[in-house]
Design a protein around this ligand. Structure first.
Ligand SMILES: [Zn+2]
Length: 118
């Protein structure tokens, strides 16, 4: 079963700036009131990188991670399901999913993953 993406972003009620993760005050207008929103639709990749020194709990040698922007402009970071950064380019469409990303104390820890769809 496909899990819901457990991310909540916060849209400033004054200026509309979307924050994820949460900030006490809007980074643009310093407003303090936010409307909660969920990421929607597919996303496109803004930036990506490979990281090689992983914390305990990951069994991969390295991870490819990226920041992507959803159709409703929420931006979030996640793992990208590719073997090499050579398979990626900025702006490409990716499909988000909420999946186990590591094991901690014998339990799956869920997080955001992206899969290129073009
Ligand atoms: Zn604002």
């Amino acid at each position: 079963m496909k899990k819901e993406i457990a991310i909540t972003a916060y849209k400033c009620k004054q200026c509309g700036k979307i924050h994820y993760p949460y900030h006490d005050r809007c980074l643009v207008c310093k407003g303090r009131e936010f409307e909660k929103m969920k990421p929607e639709g597919d996303a496109h990749l803004l930036t990506y990188t490979a990281i090689f020194n992983l914390p305990w709990g990951f069994d991969q040698r390295f991870l490819i991670i990226g920041v992507a922007e959803f159709e409703n402009h929420v931006k979030a970071m996640g793992q990208i399901k590719v073997d090499s950064v050579d398979q990626l380019k900025t702006g490409m469409k990716v499909r988000p999913s909420w999946e186990p990303i590591r094991v901690q104390y014998g339990e799956n820890v869920y997080g955001l993953k992206f899969e290129p769809i073009e």
